[in-house]
Design a protein around this ligand. Structure first.
Ligand SMILES: Cc1cc2nc3c(=O)[nH]c(=O)nc-3n(C[C@H](O)[C@H](O)[C@H](O)COP(=O)(O)OP(=O)(O)OC[C@H]3O[C@@H](n4cnc5c(N)ncnc54)[C@H](O)[C@@H]3O)c2cc1C
Length: 348
């Protein structure tokens, strides 16, 4: 029989959430093991876009001034550690398709709180665009691959399916031969099936993305026209993403492909000739109140969750993982604590 290995934290899931939380805990001197299925996850499919000003009304989220510097610093630190750039800051051109959009843009341009994130109006017949600053995208697939190698090299990664039925609570918390002080579920959309956390109000959203190749070189700015276009090479780009809260699966659909190509060619008819290289789908772990889910199970305090980053994982996860790592180490307050749902959602 294998001898028991005592560790501080067993982390379930090596998406962006599990990876960055494990990274922060290791930096704080904790012993960590990350378990993952090893199959394609939402983080790998994601475009990794960071866009501080969103929606029809061009709204800046209240948290962005605090979260964005932390995200940039975190990705710069990881770039230095792994010797490659993961976060690419690029200007974004946002299409203003209606006169009302242009009026809203002018209003935002006169607001000092929006100045760090907006440029000027830009006309390219027949369209008007608004320049957005401090936008960019994270190469999540490259980052997760480097982090997996890093965890593996220090015996902190194991490719396995965490089967909940194998978890023992007594005499000590134990999964197979691993005895962690705590288990942290960073399991993305799988949490909605969890025996411990499915009571939380998730609102999953399927997203689909296309990788395309144009016949000739394309402009290297990000484009936002309701959907977005991210140039990923001289002629290659990604477009996306659909947002479907009704059909929750990871199968690419012809309907979504058609919708994405149609939306693109309405703004950029020249891309009608572009060739589709790949089509991916996955599930965003969105939540009904649009806040992440962090904290401890109300009955089993050894079980914790770090999840619910919805469509904003690249922006939010660095800041929340630092805060949660501090809370786990030093009992500091937990932001977006799931305690807000104990009374209303946890079955007594
Ligand atoms: C099409 C699409 C486009 C997106 N675009 C963007 C974007 O532009 N910008 C942005 O910020 N966000 C975007 N997102 C959202 C982003 O993907 C999420 O916010 C983020 O990836 C969530 O990370 P996660 O680690 O919580 O989940 P995941 O990346 O899904 O990771 C969860 C991991 O847990 C593992 N796991 C679960 N259960 C078990 C188990 N029992 N045993 C072992 N392993 C297990 C899974 O295998 C998986 O690897 C997009 C998502 C999609 C689907």
């Amino acid at each position: 029989m294998r001898s028991i290995v005592n560790i501080d934290f067993l982390i379930i899931g090596q998406g962006l959430a599990g990876s960055l939380l494990a990274w922060e805990l290791i930096r704080r001197g904790c012993s960590v093991l990350v378990l993952d299925h090893g199959t394609e996850n939402a983080s790998q499919v994601a475009a990794g876009l960071i866009n501080p000003i969103t929606g029809m009304r061009l709204v800046k989220s209240t948290e962005v001034d605090e979260l964005l510097p932390v995200a940039k610093q975190c990705y710069a630190q990881l770039a230095q550690c792994f010797g490659q750039v993961f976060y690419h800051e690029r200007m974004m051109l946002r299409l203003l398709s209606q006169p009302a959009d242009e009026r809203q843009a002018l209003k935002r341009l006169s607001d000092p709180a929006y100045q760090p994130y907006l440029g000027k109006l830009y006309h390219e017949q027949p369209h008007t665009f608004l320049e957005q600053k401090q936008t960019g995208y994270l190469l999540t697939r490259n980052l997760l691959s480097c982090m997996r190698d890093y965890f593996s090299a220090r015996n902190s990664y194991h490719k396995a399916d965490f089967n909940c039925a194998e978890l023992l609570f007594k005499p000590i918390l134990r999964w197979q031969h691993i005895a962690p002080a705590r288990i942290i579920f960073c399991d993305g959309h799988y949490a909605s099936q969890s025996p411990w956390f499915s009571w939380l109000p998730f609102q999953l959203a399927k997203g689909e993305i296309l990788t395309m190749e144009h016949l000739s070189p394309i402009p290297q700015t990000l484009l936002n026209y309701g959907n977005w276009l991210i140039p990923t090479g001289q002629q290659q780009f990604r477009i996306g993403a659909t947002f479907d809260t009704q059909t929750i699966n990871t199968h690419p659909s012809q309907a979504a492909k058609h919708t994405l190509i149609n939306a693109l060619t309405q703004v950029k008819p020249e891309f009608a000739q572009a060739r589709c290289l790949s089509h991916q789908a996955n599930i965003r772990p969105c939540t009904r109140d649009k806040q992440p889910f962090l904290g401890f199970h109300p009955r089993f305090q050894q079980l914790a969750i770090f999840n619910g980053f919805g469509a904003k994982g690249s922006l939010q996860i660095p800041w929340y993982s630092q805060q949660f790592a501090n809370a786990l180490r030093h009992n500091t307050p937990i932001p977006a604590d799931i305690q807000r749902y104990y009374a209303t959602h946890f079955p007594s």
